[in-house]
Design a protein around this ligand. Structure first.
Ligand code: C2E
Ligand code: MG
Ligand code: MG
Length: 720
C-alpha cells in the first residue's frame, strides 16, 4: 500500500521541487533581465551625458571663436588697433562689451605676447593677458600663421589659480584691400570668458546636464570629463550629477514588477496546489482501491488476497521467531440450502452475521478473512496458537449451534472447521491452505459441524475420496446405481411388514464400494442430494407396486437440512402414487443433536404429511433416551452393534430392555437391526421388540425378489 510518506516524497520529487526550481529560475531570470535593462539604460545615458558635456565645452569654444571672428576681421579694427592704438575706440567697441557678459576680458596683444590693451568687466586695466590667464594663453598665439595676411582662430580653456577661462584668439585683419597692416607687426585680439556658475548653468540647461560644475579634482569620476589646456595638460574636471534614467524607471516600475512577480508566484502556487490536490486525490483513490482490493465487499473482512499476503508474512515471521501459527479454515454447512430456499438476500445477511460473529470470537487473535462463498479463514499466531485455535474453532461451532432469525425466517447453519498447525517442514502458503482445506473436508465427511485437525494421512484418504466422488457422479448421471430392499418383518408372524431401501454401487464396476464408504463421500461432495433423490424416487415408485408394506428410506442429514426437503417428499409421493402412510424416513442421531430446532420443525412437517420418521442406528454415537422424548419419532431402530452384544454382555441386554421399555412408554415402535440368529430373536421378542431386520430373515435383495416373497406370502426364516 502506498504510504503517506512515499506519497509526499513522490509529490515533492515530481511536482513540488521541479515547480519551485522552475518558478525560482524564471523569476530570477526576469529580475536579472529587468535589472540589466535598467543598468544598460543608466550606462547608455552616462555615455550620452559625456558626449553632451564635450559638446557643451566645444559649443562654448565655437561661440567665442565666431564672436572673435566677427570682431577681428574689420577695416575699422585694423585702423584703430594698429600703430598707436585708439584707446577710446577700443574701449567703445570691445572694452564696454566686457560689462555685458558676452565675454569678460579682451586683450590686444602682439605675437610676442606683449599686451597693448586690456579691458575686464567693463573697465580698461593695465593687466597683461598673462596676468589674467597665465602663461598658457601664449599657446593660442603659437599656431598663428607667419603670413600676416592669413586668418586663423585658436581657442581653448586655460586655468589661472582656481579660475578657468574659455579663450579665443585671432589676428586683426582688414576686410577690404584698401587697408593694410604693417608687416611683421601683427596684432591679435583675445576674448576670454570666465567659466562661472552662470555659464555652467546656461550649459546645464542647454545640454540637459544636471548641476554641471567644474571640479579641480583630477580623479576620473564616472560622471565627468577632463578639461585640457591648449597644450594638452589636464587642468580640471567638468562634472555633473548622473541622471540615471534606469533608476528612475526602476523606482517607477518596481511596484509593477513586484506585483507581476507576486502574480506569477501566485499562479505557480495555484498550479502547485491544484496538482497537489490531483495528486492527493489520485493517491487517495489508489489507496482506497488497494484497501478495497484487500477487503471482502459483503462482510468487510479481509479477502483471499489479503489473507495470502498476511499469511506469507506471518509464516515467515513464525519460522524466524520459532513461534506458533495455526490456520483455522471454516466452511458453513447448509448455507447453500439457506440460500436456495430463502434467497440471496437472507444468504447475504447470514454471511454478514457469521462474519461479525467470527470476527468477534477471533478478536486479538489474528486476521479474519472470507475466502469467498461460505468459506472463512483465521490466522492464529503466537506461542499458544495451537490451544487458542482449538478454542476458537469450538467457539465458532457453538456460536452457530443456535439458528438465526432474519425477518421471521429461521436460518440454521453449522460449521465444519479444519485446522492446520505450522510444522517443521517448509510448506508454503499454498500448501498450508491446502492442508487446512483437507482438514476442513475431513470435518465435513465426519458428519459436519465439527473440528478436524490436519495430519498427513488425510491426504491419501482425500485422493481416494476424490476418485470415488468422480465415479459416483458418473454413476448417478448414467443411472447406474441400483436399490436393493431388505425386508423388515413382524416379530411374531415373521411376515414382511416393510422393506428398507439400500443403495448399491453398480455390480459391474471395476472397483466396488459399499454404502459405508461412498455415502460419506457423497455427503462430503454434495452428491448426496442427487443420490438421495434417486433412491427416494426409485423406492417410492417400486413400493407403490407392492401391496400394503411400507418402505423405509435412509435420509442423509444434508438432505434433511434442506428446507425444501418436505416438499420434495410430497412431490415424489404424488408423482409415484405411494401413500404417505407407507413411507418411512430414517434419520441418524448425529443430525438431530446438531440441528435440534430445525429437526423438530421438519419432523413435525413430515408427521403432518403422515410420513413416518424412524431414528436409525440407535445405540451408536450419542444415543440418548432424552432425544426420544424431545423428538416425535414413530420408530426406533436398534443398531446392529447393540443387537450383537445382547447375547454376550448382560449390561447390553439391560440397556436394550430399558430402551424398549422407554420407547414403549413414549409410544414408539422398536425395530432390531442386524438380527442374525434365533437366540437374538427370542431375547429381543421378550424385551418387547416389534419388528426385526437382519440376515436371519433376508439379506437386502432386488425388487423382483421382494415381489416374489410378497407373492409367496410366507413367513421368513421359520425352521418349519
Ligand atoms: P443402515 O441404514 O443402518 O442400513 C442397514 C445396514 O445394515 C445395511 O448395510 C444392511 O445391509 C446391513 N445389514 C442388515 N442386516 C444385517 C445383518 O444381519 N448383519 C449385517 N452384518 N449387516 C446387516 P448397507 O446396505 O451396507 O448400508 C450401510 C449404511 O449406508 C446404511 O446403514 C445407511 O446408513 C447407509 N445407506 C445405505 N443406503 C443408503 C441410501 O440410499 N441413502 C442414505 N442416505 N444412506 C444409505
Ligand atoms: Mg437405515
Ligand atoms: Mg441402521
Amino acid at each position: 500500500m502506498p504510504s503517506r510518506r512515499s506519497f509526499l516524497s513522490d509529490f515533492a520529487a515530481r511536482v513540488l521541487v521541479p515547480s519551485i526550481l522552475a518558478a525560482g529560475g524564471i523569476a530570477t531570470l526576469l529580475l536579472y533581465v529587468v535589472n540589466g535593462i535598467f543598468d544598460e539604460t543608466n550606462r547608455l545615458d552616462a555615455g550620452y551625458a559625456k558626449q553632451s558635456a564635450s559638446s557643451a565645452i566645444n559649443t562654448s569654444l565655437e561661440n567665442l571663436e565666431s564672436l572673435i571672428h566677427d570682431n577681428a576681421v574689420w577695416d575699422d579694427a585694423v585702423a584703430n588697433a594698429y600703430g598707436d592704438i585708439n584707446t577710446e575706440w577700443l574701449n567703445g567697441t570691445w572694452g564696454d562689451a566686457t560689462a555685458l557678459g558676452i565675454y569678460d576680458h579682451v586683450n590686444l596683444v602682439e605675437r610676442s605676447g606683449r599686451t597693448l590693451y586690456t579691458a575686464s568687466n567693463g573697465d580698461q586695466t593695465t593687466d597683461s593677458a598673462e596676468n589674467i590667464y597665465g602663461a598658457e594663453i601664449l599657446e593660442l598665439l603659437a599656431p598663428m600663421p607667419a603670413d600676416e595676411t592669413l586668418f586663423k582662430v585658436t581657442s581653448g580653456i586655460v586655468r589661472k589659480d582656481n579660475e578657468l577661462y574659455v579663450v579665443a584668439a585671432a589676428p586683426i585683419l582688414p576686410t577690404s584691400e584698401d587697408v593694410e597692416i604693417p608687416s611683421g607687426k601683427a596684432r591679435f585680439l583675445i576674448f576670454g570668458k570666465t567659466v562661472d556658475n552662470k555659464l555652467l548653468a546656461e550649459l546645464s540647461r542647454r545640454f540637459v546636464l544636471k548641476n554641471l560644475h567644474v571640479s579641480s579634482s583630477l580623479i576620473n569620476a564616472p560622471d565627468s570629463i577632463s578639461i585640457l589646456s591648449p597644450s594638452g595638460v589636464r587642468i580640471g574636471t567638468l562634472a555633473w550629477e548622473e541622471r540615471s534614467p534606469g533608476d528612475i524607471l526602476k523606482s517607477k516600475y518596481s511596484s509593477v514588477i513586484r506585483i507581476m512577480l507576486a502574480l506569477f508566484l501566485f499562479v505557480i502556487a495555484v498550479l502547485i496546489y491544484t496538482s497537489w490536490r490531483g495528486f492527493r486525490d489520485a493517491h487517495e483513490s489508489q489507496t482506497a482501491a488497494v484497501a478495497k482490493s484487500l477487503r471482502d465487499d459483503l462482510t468487510g473482512l479481509a479477502n483471499r488476497r489479503e489473507l495470502l499476503s498476511v499469511l506469507t508474512d506471518q509464516l515467515h515471521e513464525a519460522r524466524i521467531g520459532r513461534t506458533g501459527l495455526s490456520l483455522v479454515y471454516a466452511d458453513l454447512d447448509g448455507f447453500k440450502e439457506v440460500n436456495d430456499s430463502y434467497g440471496h438476500e437472507v444468504g447475504d445477511l447470514l454471511l454478514k452475521a457469521v462474519a461479525a460473529g467470527f470476527a468477534h470470537l477471533a478478536q486479538d487473535m489474528g486476521l479474519v478473512a472470507r475466502l469467498g462463498g461460505d468459506e472463512f479463514a483465521i490466522i492464529v499466531t503466537g506461542k499458544d496458537s495451537t490451544a487458542r485455535s482449538r478454542e476458537l474453532a469450538n467457539n465458532m461451532i457453538s456460536f452457530l449451534s443456535e439458528p438465526m432469525i432474519f425477518g421471521g425466517r429461521v436460518a440454521s447453519v453449522s460449521v465444519s472447521v479444519g485446522i492446520v498447525d505450522l510444522e517443521r517442514d517448509d510448506a508454503d502458503v499454498e500448501e498450508i491452505i491446502r492442508r487446512a482445506d483437507v482438514a476442513m473436508y475431513a470435518a465435513k465427511s465426519a458428519g459436519r459441524n465439527r473440528l478436524h485437525i490436519y495430519d498427513k494421512t488425510l491426504d491419501y484418504k482425500r485422493d481416494e475420496n476424490r476418485s470415488i466422488a468422480r465415479a459416483l457422479r458418473e454413476h448417478i448421471d448414467m443411472g447406474r446405481l441400483t436399490v436393493v430392499y431388505q425386508p423388515i418383518v413382524d416379530s411374531r408372524s415373521r411376515r414382511i411388514r416393510g422393506v428398507e431401501a439400500l443403495v448399491r454401487w453398480p455390480k459391474d464396476d471395476r472397483i466396488h464400494y459399499t454404502p459405508d464408504v461412498f455415502i460419506p463421500v457423497a455427503e462430503e461432495s454434495g452428491l448426496i442430494e442427487d443420490l438421495g433423490y434417486f433412491v427416494l424416487s426409485e423406492a417410492c415408485k417400486q413400493a407403490a407396486q407392492w401391496p400394503d408394506i411400507f418402505v423405509s428410506i435412509n435420509v442423509s442429514p444434508v438432505q434433511f437440512m434442506n428446507p425444501g426437503f418436505a416438499e420434495l417428499v410430497e412431490r415424489t409421493l404424488t408423482r409415484t402414487g405411494l401413500q404417505a402412510t407407507r413411507l418411512e424416513l430414517e434419520v441418524t442421531e448425529g443430525f438431530i443433536i446438531d440441528n435440534s430446532d430445525r429437526a423438530n420443525v421438519i419432523i413435525n412437517r413430515l408427521h403432518d404429511m403422515k410420513v413416518g420418521v424412524a431414528l436409525d442406528d440407535f445405540g451408536t454415537g450419542f444415543s440418548s433416551i432424552g432425544h426420544l422424548r424431545r423428538f416425535k419419532f414413530d420408530k426406533l431402530k436398534l443398531d446392529r452393534s447393540m443387537v450383537t452384544d445382547i447375547l454376550r454382555q448382560p449390561s447390553a441386554l439391560r440397556l436394550v430392555q430399558g430402551t424398549i421399555a422407554m420407547a414403549d412408554a413414549l409410544g414408539l415402535m422398536v425395530v432390531a437391526e442386524g438380527v442374525e440368529d434365533e437366540n437374538q430373536v427370542s431375547v429381543l421378542r421378550l424385551a418387547g421388540c416389534s419388528q426385526f431386520q437382519g440376515f436371519l430373515f433376508s439379506r437386502p435383495v432386488s425388487a423382483q425378489e421382494i415381489g416374489s416373497m410378497l407373492t409367496a406370502a410366507a413367513p421368513l426364516a421359520t425352521s418349519a
